[in-house]
Design a protein around this ligand. Structure first.
Ligand code: PYC
Length: 335
């Protein structure tokens, strides 16, 4: 049977998001089946179910030939808590993400495009926590991300063909290795070298057992250089599937703020302008987190932060994807 899936495509600072609004898994039934009192826990169980049962569809939606590796997909879900706007589960070409900052900005702009939200404040559920969002106008969105923190500072990563690199490990809704310990130019003309270097760092971490507090893969790499023209910093971010983030990366900016806060280099409420390699910008700030629960790996003396990240997104497409079982690549081109 031919399956049809309705999606809204947007981009946030150049980084695209494909929001699946209908035609996919029966989320009403799935939510009823897995519902617990905790929205993140419920969504984690839904992710596990999707991983077991809907991998071909995930790949078909987000991989070539319908899409490509630098996109992030998003399943739109009914909320666990009726006081919340919705749930969202982000995915990419290789699997699922905990949170996605640019994607949440894209989600809100897409819902505004569909006339499902007006400017105002909304809570959105993700598998790693509830995210506060504020739609400022039909494009501008501010998100209050999940508690973020510096996990380990000055970690040396051995590299196979060059000197080791030193950086920090931090959580911003995904796991990041953050470093300024390099001499690469963060420019569009240097994307191949930045990508190659970041892949070597990912491989170096894997080979040397450098991971999160409970064995999590550090699957994002951020390379920083000083900012210019009013930006505090400029960065290149490599995502888990090998593509670079065209936006400054919302979860990556959150992880950066956590490091700056822990080092006393940025004060609560102070604005940090993070520029991406493409030149797009997020404006970010933080407050000390008050209610973090138990965060694995939060060192004594280090406090978690609540980051706020602001950016804008534009809708690019309102599309029906068609999945014909006779198509050799109905489930995407295998990688
Ligand atoms: O904006 O958080 C983000 C993000 C993660 C991966 C790609 N973008």
């Amino acid at each position: 049977m031919i399956q049809q899936i309705q999606v809204i495509d947007s981009h946030t600072g150049g980084e695209p998001t494909r929001l699946v609004i209908s035609g996919g898994p029966e989320f009403d039934q799935l939510m009823a089946r897995f519902r617990t009192n905790s929205a993140p826990e419920t969504l984690q169980q839904v992710v596990a179910f999707l991983e077991q049962n809907f991998e071909p569809l995930r790949r078909g939606i987000i991989c070539e030939p319908r899409c490509s590796e630098h996109w992030v997909g998003a399943w739109l879900l009914p909320p666990v808590d009726p006081a919340h706007l919705c749930g969202v589960i982000f995915f990419n070409n290789v699997g699922y993400l905990g949170m996605c900052g640019h994607g949440t900005i894209g989600l809100m702009a897409s819902l505004a495009f569909l006339d499902r939200v007006q400017p105002g404040r909304y809570l959105v559920e993700t598998p790693v926590g509830v995210v506060a969002t504020e739609l400022l106008d039909s494009h501008q969105v501010r998100i209050g991300n999940v508690p973020s923190y510096l996990y380990r500072q000055h970690v040396e990563v051995p590299l196979s063909n060059r000197n080791p690199i030193t950086g920090d490990l931090a959580w911003g809704g995904n796991w990041f290795f953050l470093s300024s310990d390099h001499s690469l130019e963060v420019e569009m003309s240097n994307l191949a070298a930045l990508t190659q270097f970041s892949l070597e760092i990912q491989a170096g971490m894997e080979a040397n057992g450098i991971c999160g507090p409970t064995g999590e893969r550090i699957d994002h790499v951020e390379l920083f250089v000083p900012g210019r023209d009013g930006a505090n910093s400029r960065s290149f971010v490599l995502c888990p599937g090998g593509a670079y983030d065209r936006s400054p990366c919302g979860t990556g900016t959150s992880a950066k703020l956590a490091c700056l806060a822990a080092e006393g280099k940025l004060q609560p409420g102070e604005v940090w302008v993070q520029e991406s390699v493409t030149g797009s910008r997020f404006h970010a700030s933080y407050q000390w987190a008050t209610n973090t629960g138990a965060l694995a790996g939060l060192a004594s003396g280090v406090r978690a932060i609540t980051p706020t990240v602001q950016g804008s997104a534009f809708v690019m497409g309102d599309t029906t994807l068609v999945f014909d079982p006779r198509d050799l690549f109905v489930d995407g081109i295998p990688v």
